[in-house]
Ligand binder design. Structure first.
Ligand SMILES: *[C@@H]1O[C@H](CO)[C@@H](O)[C@H](O)[C@H]1NC(C)=O
Ligand SMILES: *[C@@H]1O[C@H](CO)[C@@H](O)[C@H](O)[C@H]1NC(C)=O
Ligand SMILES: *[C@@H]1O[C@H](CO)[C@@H](O)[C@H](O)[C@H]1NC(C)=O
Ligand SMILES: *[C@@H]1O[C@H](CO)[C@@H](O)[C@H](O)[C@H]1NC(C)=O
Ligand SMILES: *[C@@H]1O[C@H](CO)[C@@H](O)[C@H](O)[C@H]1NC(C)=O
Length: 475
């Protein structure tokens, strides 16, 4: 319950320190000596101001005693500032800033804004206030956002509206998906909160990664062309490895007499799904490098997809079915554009024939003894009708040898694959005949690691360009 955040909220500490930065007054309200008296002049036009500060819930005191100010600061510092002893100090501020503070408090909380960008930030605050007063809540506002979206979205969208520091330094563009939705007022993009505005359907002409029937032909080709399984001299293409392919499960090709393969759901259901592994898909050096990239991006407890939010995004939740740690290898911390990581994405793309931008960022995993991921399926229902389309394939990389345990087990198929450094495992989440629809037979689990540490990486490949969809906040 603490996580639910209610706006509007107190205007607090930070805005006051923005103002302080601008007028050159320090925390004690004293002017610095070297600004030629402009601070004194502004002080003359200013008045002393006690910021609003009140607990909003009766239970604030009890929660504070229970340590919630530290455990749930997002909620507590905003809703229980007195109990958390976080009321801002009064400061002398110019009228214009005070007025701005009053007006902005109608829409959300302040953020701490300090440093070199503070002037730009004040400017963003001005624009934000004008935007909210006129274009969103003004008499002549012409947007078509429903009351519901505006109201429901307050919690997620307005709460961050004054992440103005970020807005000031160009994050609205640099980190579009997040900022334009979660900080919509600061980016002046409230229309983007509505997923229907943000994510118009893909053009019909966009070719998906797999058409009906192409799943089987892709696997057939992968098996036939594995370089390590060729007889005679084979040149290993640049960026590729001399991997061999092992088939654990496959559908028998159903060919009409001398004709094309039969593409039908009935056949899909009669025949077992594909499960194959690759030996030496990655070199040991590449594995070590990937593990190191995960360390840099920082391993954290893995989470599952949670509930849909008013803005159409999904939160993530910790579950007892999954105790591993993982790190997302994204562009943001320079992981996805790392040379080796790019090479591995490209290798997977060459093997599957599906562009690397259909792949999610690698989820680099770490399982210590006793850690596991219980039986689940990788297909995510809600993505079926989103721009990225569903996950169609899982390309799993084993980055370490594991002394004991840690196998990937497919309970419905009776297949278990042991970790081995450089090994990869590929299986579909969808049907050959209907690449948008789930093949429920590829449930799997990561069994408990018993001894050693298991490192791995998931590449989840989608029917459509996942990177583009992610950039727009449409996954
Ligand atoms: C501030 O106001 C005081 C009294 O009104 C005046 O004496 C002083 O010169 C003013 N300081 C500046 C920098 O304007
Ligand atoms: C690739 O591996 C196979 C064994 O799987 C071996 O026979 C072949 O010589 C290797 N090719 C190259 C170019 O190293
Ligand atoms: C490829 O070669 C490996 C190693 O020789 C072998 O175990 C495997 O069965 C071969 N795969 C196929 C599809 O023939
Ligand atoms: C990856 O991108 C980051 C910034 O997004 C940049 O700082 C870094 O140099 C890039 N790394 C490579 C290997 O291109
Ligand atoms: C994704 O890949 C396709 C083909 O490889 C390319 O046409 C498209 O521009 C790429 N999209 C992005 C966002 O890079």
């Amino acid at each position: 319950m603490f996580r639910k955040i209610i706006a509007p909220l107190t205007l607090a500490v930070a805005a006051l320190s923005i103002a302080a930065a601008v007028v050159g007054i320090d925390e004690e309200g004293e002017c610095s000596l070297d600004d030629g008296g402009s601070c004194e002049a502004q002080k003359n036009g200013s008045r002393r101001r006690q910021p609003k500060c009140a607990d909003k819930e009766e239970e604030c005191g009890t929660w504070a005693k229970a340590g919630e100010c530290t455990n749930n600061p997002n909620y507590m510092l905003v809703n229980c500032p007195i109990s958390c002893d976080s009321c801002p100090e009064p400061l002398d501020l110019p009228e214009e800033i005070l007025d701005l503070l009053d007006r902005v408090s109608n829409y959300g909380p302040y953020q701490r804004v300090e440093g070199v960008d503070s002037e730009k930030t004040i400017d963003v605050v001005r624009k934000t206030v004008a935007y909210m007063e006129n274009e969103i809540y003004g008499e002549d506002a012409s947007h078509e956002l429903s009351e519901e979206i505006l109201e429901d979205a307050r919690g997620v969208a307005l709460i961050n509206q004054l992440e103005t520091n970020r807005a000031a330094i160009g994050e609205c563009e640099a980190n579009k998906a997040y900022m334009k939705v979660k900080c919509a007022p600061s980016c002046q993009t409230c229309d983007m909160i509505d997923i229907d505005n943000r994510c118009p359907p893909l053009d019909e002409s966009v070719r998906p990664g797999l058409l009906p029937g192409e799943l089987n032909s892709m696997f057939e080709r992968i098996v036939e062309t594995a370089p390590g399984n060729q007889t005679g001299e084979v040149e290993i293409a640049s960026g590729m490895t001399n991997y061999t392919v092992h088939v654990h499960s496959r559908p028998e090709p159903q060919i009409e007499k001398g004709q094309q393969p039969i593409i039908s759901k009935a056949v899909d259901k009669e025949q077992p799904p594909w499960v194959i592994t690759f030996e030496n898909f990655l070199t040991e050096d590449e594995c070590t490098h990937m593990i190191e990239q995960g360390r840099k991006a920082e391993y954290e407890r893995s989470e599952d997809v949670g509930e849909v939010q008013a803005d159409g995004s999904y939160d993530s939740v910790r579950s007892t079915g999954r105790t591993s740690e993982n790190a997302w290898c994204s562009f943001r911390d320079g992981c996805r554009n790392d040379t080796i990581v790019e090479l591995v994405h490209d290798r997977i793309a060459k093997v599957t024939g599906i562009g690397a931008n259909h792949s999610e960022d690698f989820q680099i995993l770490k399982y210590e003894p006793g850690q596991f991921y219980r039986q689940h399926h990788d297909y995510i229902e809600h993505q079926r009708d989103r721009r990225c389309g569903p996950r169609v394939l899982t390309f799993f990389l084993y980055l370490s040898d594991v002394e004991e345990g840690g196998a990937t087990n497919f309970p419905k198929l009776g297949i278990a694959v042991k970790p081995k450094v450089g090994r990869a495992l590929l299986w579909p989440s969808v049907l050959n005949s209907e690449p948008r629809n789930k093949d429920g037979r590829t449930d799997h689990e990561a069994q408990d690691v018993i001894a050693g540490v298991k490192y791995g990486a998931n590449a989840w490949i989608h029917l459509h360009d996942y990177q583009a969809a992610q950039e727009e906040g449409c996954t």
